[in-house]
Design a protein. Structure first.
Length: 116
């Protein structure tokens, strides 16, 4: 899974916005679920948002009103638009994919830091 973060870098001020994008390689077949997890220092990895190939999404309550997940099935890409970012959103964000055989794939992680 190849992930990118726009605008460049993962440092943003509180209240700012950031967009994470992730593309799955062609070697990953029959992808069903794509999305994002995050892990803050000293904390367990937690779900941020995932979306199925049918468009059904599951978004964490802590970000539901601020983050939007979208997906392009034809390109096997998933995006996470993060608005109104808070310091507590600071974490390493991991792209995630799961195929129809329940095989899991993880991106290497992107650091997002929300700080003034």
């Amino acid at each position: 899974l190849m992930c990118s973060c726009r605008p460049g870098g993962g440092l943003v001020q509180p209240g700012g916005s950031l967009r994470l994008s992730c593309a799955a390689s062609e070697s990953i077949f029959s992808i069903n679920i794509m999305g994002w997890y995050r892990q803050a220092p000293g904390m367990q990895r937690e779900l941020v948002a995932v979306i199925t190939s049918g468009g059904r999404s599951n978004v964490a309550d802590s970000v539901k009103d601020r983050f939007t997940i979208s997906r392009d099935n034809a390109k096997n890409t998933v995006n996470l638009q993060m608005n109104s970012l808070k310091p507590e959103d600071t974490a390493v964000y991991y792209c995630y994919a799961e195929n129809t055989l329940n095989m899991n794939y993880w991106g290497k992680g992107t650091q997002v830091t929300v700080s003034s």
